[in-house]
Design a binder for this molecule. Structure first.
Ligand code: 5AD
Length: 342
């Protein structure tokens, strides 16, 4: 399958040594001629390092209030056309318990950056969920070291905070009043505190270059991220980027596959944005390096209002299970922590 060519040699090298230079990454991203080889290589590294289990994480979108103004995001503070909600503690616990009863071994609490949820308040919710035999993941944005420390002590196991882009200029343009430096600091703080730390990037932001995507991948490696979520940017009609073209499925799949080659033993979700943008995008991602799916377990009333981007895809559990079985994959039954092998 891998006939000798400079590009195939790069892919082979990545498979074997899990290391590439920035220019090698750019060269792979620059051509679509070797995509099949790239995806096959990522799939085989996935199989070798993390096996055939696909881990499900139950996502609870508990607040869509957000103090940030990220240009691409549908729940940005300045979007006045969004109905805002906060789930109460009992609503959060009720959907979490339902998901746990269904068999989920991880509950992800995701929300906008909403100061209403103090560390103390969130801590109480985490402690209650942790009475069950599950892992808790937080995705609540930038907080102080002390808050992260407190939440870890309340039982939080993992944290997701995408770097979004490591390109300094692009980061500044996309994130008013935020800084790349602080975001990186948050990620290093999370690592230091012992969280399984997830990050990732958006693919297809205006003026984003292949070089900057290559730097994103190298940053994931430098951080030694435990999880990486990569999603295509999808324009949202109530944001300043509404007219930007958003057709980045293939490029995001390639960034994801390269990430699997370079960080062979981490958890990589087939992101909802991939499924939203491309028919069977989730299954394609699961066969190109991904090993995690994050179904939304939020109740339907709140789910509708958490519109980061339009037409978010959902997961049909029995369909997922069937399709996974048909491609020789199973649903993971343990908590699915990273088993560091590399
Ligand atoms: N398209 C795709 N992904 C988006 N996100 C936010 N807005 C969009 C969009 N318009 C992603 C960000 C964030 C994650 C929760 O959702 O990367 O980290």
């Amino acid at each position: 399958m891998f006939y000798n060519s400079p590009m195939n040699n790069i892919i082979q090298k990545a498979m074997q040594y899990h290391s590439l230079s920035k220019s090698e990454i750019v060269s792979i991203l620059s051509t679509n001629d070797y995509d099949n080889e790239l995806f096959t290589a990522a799939d085989s590294v996935r199989k070798e390092f993390v096996g055939d289990a696909v881990y499900l994480r139950g996502l609870v979108e508990f607040t869509n209030f957000c103090r940030c103004n990220c240009l691409y995001c549908g729940i940005r503070a300045e979007n006045n056309d969004t109905l805002r909600y906060r789930m109460s503690e009992s609503e959060i616990l009720s959907v979490a318990k339902q998901a746990i009863a269904f068999g989920y071994k991880t509950i992800v609490l995701q929300g906008g950056e909403d100061c209403f949820f103090s560390a103390k308040y969130l801590g109480e919710i985490i402690k209650k969920i942790k009475q069950y035999d599950v892992a808790v993941t937080l995705s609540i944005g930038e907080r102080s070291f002390e808050d992260y420390d407190y939440l870890k002590n309340c039982g939080a196991d993992r944290f997701l905070l995408r770097i979004e882009t490591t390109d300094e200029d692009l980061y500044k343009k996309m994130h008013p009043n935020m800084s790349l430096e602080n975001r990186k600091q948050c990620l290093y703080n999370l690592k230091k505190l012992g969280y399984e730390t997830g990050t990732g990037c958006l693919v297809g932001l205006p003026n984003q270059t292949l070089e900057s995507l290559a730097s994103d991948i190298l940053f994931f490696k430098e951080l030694d991220a435990d999880m990486i979520g990569i999603g295509p940017f999808i324009p949202h009609p109530n944001t300043p980027l509404k007219n930007v073209e958003g057709n980045n499925f293939l490029l995001s799949l390639k960034v994801m596959a390269l990430t699997r080659l370079l960080l062979p033993d981490i958890n990589i979700p087939a992101t909802t944005a991939m499924e939203t943008l491309y028919p069977k995008g989730r299954m394609i991602a699961l066969q190109s390096g991904a090993n995690v799916v994050m179904p939304n377990v939020t109740d339907s009333i709140h789910k509708k209002m958490y519109e980061i981007y339009p037409n978010k895809a959902s997961v049909d559990y029995s369909e997922l299970k069937q399709t996974l079985n048909s491609i020789g994959r199973t649903i993971g039954i343990d908590k699915g922590f990273r088993k560091k092998k590399y």
